[in-house]
Design a binder for this molecule. Structure first.
Ligand code: FAD
Length: 488
């Protein structure tokens, strides 16, 4: 497949909805902007309400997996990503205490060719800027300093902190892990439990690293993502652009707060990494501030949209991942792509048709999000195994065996841990959001349209109504897939 080389500002889907709905999107981070762009391309009127004044002091780095890269390629943003980011050829797993090599995951050329997209390290600010620019250029209105304080689901209204009330056909909650829209939709104050991991994210100028000869090891092979596996902690490090190096620290901090925009003092955090290799400690200490993100475990959500089809959730508001994952933004963008694709097929303002598209959105997305949430949790849990945990011994024995074999053939690897990582990568990385939406349409959407047409023609009172075709989401889920079922 060849991808467009210029930003697609119109006609991404080569079709538009027959009617234009008014969407209000609450939250203008990566999920909200990606959703706005896709819905605009689908032919709808979109307005984004964001409480901050912009990305402002965002100070972290993002790992962009191929499934997210591919969406940017579809939107014609490949050049901007390549310019802003650094391609990752492999991930190294290292012993935190001495920096010794444990194992690696090589992104072989042949596999990446198959996936048609690469991994990139990039800063949050850069990726935000890229998505923001195409969203604005395609005609979406983004309002900053605009906090939504209440949502009246039945009336399809949001109330802003200024007191102003705005109305829409559909309200999208893209307001993050502790979403207000989600709470109003569920109708209860949510009790967000804290998970075992807290993340600390920041970047360091590469120029500062160049001043220290001991730190050249981090810059030698450009783009390699390093995972220092410690004792109840881990440190992920990667280049996030030509002049920025990103750090993500994972540890347990029961009193942590959750904010992507409130920098905190880094010194007390880095003190927890004192048993790390000297070079890693020197690297970590180059930073002075980080954002602290608590692992927020949301309550189980039966439906991602309200019964009346007035509100729908997306990104972290629907399915929040643990800190240290590379899939948070990717899943939010996939949600946006699927929702946009489905709503580009909207024919009428009939509430039943809208409900069916929302049901299809959840049907397509929920199973994948549950699975990625589980595997991302496991990957971090395996990276922070305490020294006395037998699973750590098993993990390191597997790494040693794979080193001896000098295996680069991931498909035929014997070690179950590495094999599992590879399986997860293949599944996660190979996902095609637009194909998933198109497949649903071919399997179910067309059939639904035919049934609707024939029931209108026959009109004998015994045909199934469109609402009968709303699917049972829970059937696609294995209820035992509790992200916390594996203790670290
Ligand atoms: C400023 C910022 C920096 C980030 N930096 C990183 C990073 O360096 N590395 C990383 O891996 N991830 C980072 N993230 C998180 C990452 O963007 C998400 O995990 C992922 O992209 C899913 O995005 P989301 O849009 O669903 O949620 P979020 O990114 O959490 O965005 C939610 C948005 O909703 C807005 N919002 C919340 N409540 C309201 C309200 N009541 N009214 C109006 N607006 C509201 C928030 O200000 C925010 O912009 C960052 C997020 C933000 C907001």
């Amino acid at each position: 497949m060849s991808f467009p080389t210029k930003p697609i500002l119109n006609d991404l889907f080569h079709r538009k909805a027959a009617v234009s709905l008014d969407f209000l999107i609450v939250g203008g981070s990566i999920g909200g902007l990606a959703c706005a762009y896709n819905l605009k391309q689908a032919g709808h009127n979109v307005r984004v309400l964001e409480r901050s004044s912009g990305p402002g002091n965002a100070i972290g780095g993002l790992r962009v997996p191929p499934n997210m890269t591919k969406l940017l390629l579809h939107w014609g943003l490949g050049d901007r990503l390549v310019k802003a980011g650094i391609r990752c050829p492999r991930i190294e797993m290292l012993d935190s205490e001495n920096g010794n090599f444990l194992s690696e995951l090589v992104f072989h050329e042949v596999v990446m060719k198959e996936l048609q997209a690469e991994n990139y390290g990039v800063t949050y600010a850069d990726i935000y800027g890229i998505i923001h620019d195409i969203t604005v250029a395609s005609g979406v209105q983004i309002e900053y300093n605009c906090e939504v304080v209440d949502v009246d689901v039945e009336e399809r209204e949001v109330r802003l902190a200024s007191g102003e009330i705005l109305k829409a056909d559909l309200i999208v909650g893209a307001d993050g892990a502790t979403s207000t829209v989600r709470e109003r939709m569920v109708g209860l104050q949510e009790n967000h439990k804290a998970g075992p991991f807290t993340g600390y994210t920041y970047t360091i100028p590469v120029s500062r690293m160049k001043e220290d000869p001991e730190l050249q090891v981090f810059l030698e092979e450009k783009g390699v993502w390093k995972v220092f596996m410690g004792n109840n902690t881990c440190a992920l490090t990667f280049m996030a652009g030509p002049d920025q190096y990103a750090i993500q620290l994972i540890m347990s901090e029961p009193s942590a707060s959750h904010s992507w925009s409130k920098p905190i003092d880094l010194a007390p955090v880095v003190a927890n990494f004192d048993d790390y290799d000297e070079r890693v400690k020197r690297l970590l200490r180059l930073g002075t501030q980080a954002v602290e993100t608590r692992h927020v475990i949301q309550e189980h959500l039966e439906d991602w949209f309200s019964d009346d089809g007035h509100v729908v959730l997306l990104g972290d508001a629907a399915h929040n991942l643990n800190p240290g994952t590379s899939h948070g933004s990717a899943l939010a963008m996939e949600d946006a792509a699927v929702l946009g694709s489905l709503f580009s097929r909207l024919r009428t303002r009939d509430p039943d048709e809208i409900l069916q598209l929302l049901a299809a959105y959840q049907e397509i997305r929920e199973g994948r999000c549950v699975e990625v949430t589980r595997t991302e949790y496991e990957t971090v849990a395996f990276s922070v195994l305490p020294k006395d945990n037998p699973m750590r011994v098993e993990r390191d024995a597997g790494f040693a065996a794979s080193r001896q074999m000098k295996v680069l053939d991931w498909e035929n690897l014997d070690d179950p841990f590495l094999q599992r990582i590879w399986e997860q990568f293949k599944c996660s990385f190979g996902y095609e959001a637009y194909d998933a939406a198109d497949d649903w349409w071919v399997d179910w959407g067309i059939m639904r349209e035919r049934m609707k047409a024939s029931s209108m023609a026959v009109s004998d009172g015994s045909g199934s109504s469109p609402k009968d075709m709303t699917f049972s989401f829970s059937q696609s889920l294995d209820p035992t897939l509790d992200p916390l079922s594996t203790s670290p």
